[in-house]
Write a protein that binds this ligand. Sequence first.
Ligand code: NAD
Length: 436
Amino acid sequence: MRLSVIGCGYLGAVHAAAMASIGHDVVGIDVDERKVAQLAAGKAPFFEPGLEELLVEGVQSGRLRFTTDTSAAFGASVHFIGVGTPQQKGGYAADLTYVDAAVDGLLPYLSPGDIVAGKSTVPVGTAATLAPRIGAKGATLVWNPEFLREGWAVKDTIDPDRLVAGVPEGDDGVRAADVLREVYHPAVAKQTPFIVTDYATAELVKVAANAFLATKISFINAMAEIAEVTGADVTQLADAIGHDARIGRRFLGAGIGFGGGCLPKDIRAFSARAEELGRGESVAFLREMDAINLRRRDRAVELVVQALGGSVFEKNVTVLGAAFKPHSDDIRDSPALDVAVRLYGLGAAVTITDPAAIENARRIHPQLTYVEDRDEALRGADAVIVVTEWDEYRRQLSPEAAGALVSGRVVVDGRNCLDAAAWRRAGWTYYGMGRP
Ligand code: NAD
């Protein structure tokens, strides 16, 4: 099938490459000339395992190309919209200007019978307002939310755990769902659940999923706060409640909380939209989840200050991690970087290292010192804080070897990802989140 993908960021670039890899003829369209040039040369503009291989293969096969020219969408039968929906400046609601611009830019190149598939995360009600504009061209809008996880985006796009298609009523909707089944043929052939809904449900599925995940993380972080005043250990608590299959252990990792380009802005946009709909109270708890989440960053900073005897002023603090999570170079609303910046603000000499995100972090926070090599970054540290649970820190860093590099064996485990007993045995003073 001929497909266009409008917006080639973390979602769209992977989508375009993945669709080409399953046999489609794909054009990726983005307004960012630099990004398009990189993609067209088979280079991933961001770190995503497996993406570059797919780009090279797609570009070389001729099935995948990238351009800034929206007219290239003409002739494709399915057009995916994957542009950003960031938080509005000065408010909680989602900024839909990019979605609007992408749809307006696409309209002249739509042909009757085309399908426009929205993948961006949008406030419920958005599809219903866009549908008439697309319908006027004889095309049909479907809402096809994306659930990929950065770091696993290639696998999640080709082999998702479910597919959701929000379609209009009637024959157009039935046909649109069938077209999407054809697009995602390998997943459909594997009996991947394919859930056909109306627009509002499809839009809500995405924000509800993110609200649930954020709530689960903030729940365990709330328990960490209670553990901290009672001497309990939240990691044991999580293990114990996680054995209950109704609860499950995943997403019960207490630490410095969630960040990134999705969860924070999505729960805020959901609150804002619920308020517009007169149902703010239904998701009022999301404000609390957001507040718990942000408090954990304060706590991590507090622990470093405490660990260094009440002040970090002119102390060497090595921050392990900058990305909002491992296997990604994404630093959007990264708790790791936030903690680093706050320590810097308190007068610490902060050195940061990260296997993938240094370049992005340096662009936003040039005042911090970045060191590529982990061991070099550890040299002379008065305290070390782990803020992104990369394997390089979690599994591959021996407390003995690290101990030989630092000035002071003080470690704050902002992700509860280190073996506390092993670090203590190696002579480190270990501080966890919600742990004695
Ligand atoms: P991003 O900022 O990485 O990418 C957005 C891209 O859209 C940018 O490259 C930008 O240049 C481009 N763009 C903006 N306006 C355009 C226009 N008019 N025409 C063509 N291109 C345009 O953002 P992202 O992380 O890829 O997220 C995109 C959407 O997908 C958001 O709604 C997000 O919530 C959702 N989403 C993201 C993820 C994720 O893990 N990143 C997962 C699921 C859903």
